[in-house]
Design a protein around this ligand. Structure first.
Ligand SMILES: Cc1cc2nc3c(=O)[nH]c(=O)nc-3n(C[C@H](O)[C@H](O)[C@H](O)COP(=O)(O)OP(=O)(O)OC[C@H]3O[C@@H](n4cnc5c(N)ncnc54)[C@H](O)[C@@H]3O)c2cc1C
Length: 422
């Protein structure tokens, strides 16, 4: 592995054979998360592919020339030509391997893979999920001198990191940018000494043995596990939704309705959440248009009556969104009537989507006691139906899912665990 600067780019990259180049920055948590994976892979692939690092802040001209806009960014070159994908953000080991393998022959890849050693590490507690619930559990456990590892399939922060602004987390007079609040939570827990294994692939979770296999090659064992994997909002599938999440599209009225004072809003959905939240949003917005795919709501009668008597709310039945886009600060929702197939555009200031959330429990759903909607049941100590397995935050069966309630769960689980382990 070698550090280069712009002046060496031509000789070390363009006039060279196979190269992987890491544009990194300092004070960059995703760069830190990548560093150990990059070093580890350089030991495996280093005889065939040159592993180079370049400090982006000091090589701005080259970064701009190559169109590298964020750190870290990984570029792959073969005989002077860029190849493979550009990887940025929370880069997974498996994605790097996929691109490295494409540069080599099948036989060589097989040989390299035969050298991968399976490692085992042991901790007192594994926390799965580094959102507010997991980070708080990690902080309390660490401060109780309990050897803890936080494992996340993405970068730390959870849903808060993609939230535009948070104005209901106590202790801050001004609204906080979501990414900043989650960054501070994560840094506080990391500074205490909790080990982070983030942007990894989790290939297996054995709750009985309390073992988690990450990136296929590493088994992490512990005496207790805290599940803090949160939820994922169901997506409509319409194009533009992922790109505009947090930039015009929201999944949380409690969090974001207040930003739509006297503005116009489109709501997608027709169950209890959509109907009740539309009523709530109408306290702020001047107009709410609900788009629902069926010819009637599935929400309870009382909630429906409120909607139909609310002059600010109008309803479009039998319709689904097809595309979301932004034009001059306005949200454009293109909807299709499912009966006539006629398409039309709704112009608004923001879109709320309430078509359900799903708990992230794929890896352990068959083992734990769940409620009827698939959320994990936990007792007052956040202990689940399996001994030594705890669950905190949005993934648990509860009525209100907010940062404060996830943080509270994390605190309770950590204190209960600390009491047992100490
Ligand atoms: C758009 C939006 C805006 C919001 N705004 C606010 C607000 O203003 N105020 C407020 O109080 N609440 C808000 N909320 C709700 C709040 O974000 C959640 O209640 C809170 O983040 C829950 O924390 P958590 O730790 O339980 O889960 P999450 O924040 O969801 O974090 C779960 C973590 O687990 C990881 N993960 C998932 N699957 C796995 C796996 N198999 N293994 C390991 N890790 C995994 C995820 O990558 C993630 O990092 C908002 C929610 C949304 C969607």
């Amino acid at each position: 592995m070698k550090e280069i600067n712009s002046s060496e780019f031509d000789s070390d990259v363009l006039q060279s054979g196979k190269v992987i180049l890491d544009f990194y920055s300092t004070e960059c948590p995703p760069c830190e998360a990548l560093a150990s994976k990059f070093e580890d892979l350089s030991r495996l692939y280093g005889n065939d592919i040159k592993f180079l690092k370049i400090y982006r802040q000091q090589n701005r001209d080259l970064s701009e020339k190559l169109g590298v806009k964020s750190s870290p960014t990984l570029l792959f070159f073969d005989n002077g030509k860029e190849t493979g994908e550009r990887l940025t953000g929370g880069i997974k080991r498996s994605d790097i391997i996929k691109n490295l393998d494409l540069m080599l022959s099948t036989e060589r890849v097989k040989e390299i893979k035969s050298h991968i050693k399976h490692s085992i590490s042991e901790y007192d507690v594994i926390i799965l999920g580094a959102g507010p619930g997991g980070l708080t559990a990690g902080l309390y456990l660490c401060q109780s001198k309990i050897n803890t590892v936080l494992i996340d399939i993405a970068l730390p922060g959870g849903q808060v990191s993609t939230t535009h602004e948070v104005s209901n987390y106590p202790g801050f007079i001004e609204p906080q940018a979501g990414y900043l609040l989650s960054h501070n939570m994560s840094e506080q827990t990391k500074l205490c000494g909790t080990v982070y294994k983030v942007a990894v692939d989790i290939t297996k979770v054995d709750l009985e043995k309390k073992e988690v296999v990450i990136d296929e090659y590493e088994t992490v064992k512990a005496r207790k596990i805290v599940i803090a994997t949160g939820t994922t909002p169901n997506l409509t599938g319409a194009s533009g939704e992922k790109e505009l999440k947090g930039k015009g599209i929201s999944y949380c009225a409690t969090c974001d309705a207040k930003y739509f004072d006297n503005k116009e809003v489109v709501v997608i959905g027709g169950g209890n959440s959509a109907v009740e939240e539309s009523d709530f949003i109408s306290r702020f917005a001047s107009k709410v248009t609900i788009v629902h795919q069926l010819d009637k709501f599935t929400a309870n009668k009382k909630a429906q009556e409120k909607i139909f008597s609310n002059p600010k709310i109008n309803v479009i039945f039998n319709s689904e969104p097809r595309t979301f886009s932004k034009e001059g600060g306005k949200m454009i929702t293109e909807i299709e009537n499912l009966e006539t197939k006629e398409q039309r555009k709704l112009v608004s200031d923001g879109v709320f989507i309430f078509i359900g959330m799903k708990p992230n429990i794929k890896l352990f759903r068959d083992k734990l006691l769940l409620d009827q909607w698939g959320y994990i049941k936990a007792d007052e100590n956040m202990q689940t139906s399996i001994s030594d397995i705890y669950a905190v935050g949005d993934v648990t069966s509860k009525k209100y899912r907010q940062i404060t309630t996830a943080v509270a769960d994390g605190t309770i689980a950590a204190m209960a665990i600390a009491k047992e382990l100490n």
